[in-house]
Design a protein around this ligand. Sequence first.
Ligand SMILES: Cc1cc2nc3c(=O)[nH]c(=O)nc-3n(C[C@H](O)[C@H](O)[C@H](O)COP(=O)(O)OP(=O)(O)OC[C@H]3O[C@@H](n4cnc5c(N)ncnc54)[C@H](O)[C@@H]3O)c2cc1C
Length: 423
Amino acid sequence: RCLEFSAREKGVQIMLHRHFDDLIRDETTGRIIGVTASYTPRMLPGSNTPMQSYWQNGNIDETRETIYIRARKAVILGTGGHVGNPQVRSMFYPAMREPAWGPSGQALIGEHAADASALKAGLKVGANLAGMQQNLSYGATAHSPTRLATRDAYTDMYPGHPTFPFRGSTGFAANANTFEHFIAVNQVGKRFFNDMDLMRGNAAGTNFPGGNNVPARGVDIVQGDWRNSSRDHIRKMYNRHAGLDAALQINEGSEGPEYFSGPLWAIFDEGAVERAELNLTFPWVADNGYFFSADTLEELQAKINAGHKYQRVPMTHLSDTVARWNGFVDAGADADFGRGEDAPMHKIERPKFYAASIVVVWHDSYGGLRINGKCQVIDMEGQPIPGLYAGCEASGGGNQHGLGRGLVHAYIAGTHAAAETAM
Ligand SMILES: Cc1cc2nc3c(=O)[nH]c(=O)nc-3n(C[C@H](O)[C@H](O)[C@H](O)COP(=O)(O)OP(=O)(O)OC[C@H]3O[C@@H](n4cnc5c(N)ncnc54)[C@H](O)[C@@H]3O)c2cc1C
């Protein structure tokens, strides 16, 4: 945390537990002159004391509900992206409107993280957006990690970490080979894809044409060649995972007006636990709504219905689905989704029976506020909005993942904002 340490040493003041809500604009000059922010203390489950930062120097203790902060020179939006806002996500990828799916590392980054604060506030003052379609270019953006039985499936975390109580379980790893022993079902208890391919991620055969990591691979890109924008090329640019699309599709449990696709479950029995040598003890699993066990499938289904936050409709088909699956195992072929060619199939028949949540995460945002080379936010007329800067996941269009983008934007935005004339 050298950047934070350095900033505190240099006298930067930090107001924790506060959510930036809106920009304040001088109606006469059009300049952004400040922000409004509300008190949003973050407390551990069962606690009524706000969490504390590791270092304290520079912290401002401020608990008023709403405050107005006047900018001396400019406002820089660095509030991250929109992966935690299902409504914003769904503007460009409707299937990801399901709120069961959060950002990766949610326990760590918090319930308000990546909630599109910058994008929403920017739109209110006339900002333009860029790169929203780039969210769909990378396999890691919306995907299903191979960790089951925890909401925070993208990351490892163990008891003792200050934010572990927000997730409750570490989850256990289950790659495609482990899925040999499972079936995957949707919110009504029906299979929806070749269960093993679901976890194969970007392996050949599970993508739409174009392969993985396109356009870096699978499509020839010739700089300046107009054929780069051919229909075929554009289609191949988007690294969509067919299994994920199947997981997120509307199913018979999806009800209006939102038609959520609902949670996903890996279903298995005691035989699977023995064959795959699964360790189903704490902290890998916990009684947190993301893992259930029961002596019968009916009881398992009832526990899921009662115990998972996003199980909005009753799962009703689990017993039928397992019976059908066991029939396929007897027949040696999966008539529904073609399993059986590359790995043995196993009956699900021996108590206990288990359900471990399969989670979809949206990892990071590539789209966001349109910025220019100075990181100034650009409006719908193509002009900079005076006094407003943004960077990293709050901004969009760079087609670039990760921390490098943030460091570069921070340097550029900070340098130019500091050079502004004080108001
Ligand atoms: C689990 C995980 C692993 C990753 N691994 C890598 C990696 O290995 N390499 C890599 O390059 N990238 C990685 N990334 C991506 C990288 O971390 C992000 O792209 C980058 O941190 C985004 O930076 P940012 O400044 O835009 O937003 P963030 O880092 O999300 O920072 C935004 C900050 O603003 C705060 N905030 C948000 N909204 C508000 C608001 N309304 N008011 C006040 N404060 C607010 C947040 O609490 C947060 O502190 C990973 C991301 C995750 C989640």
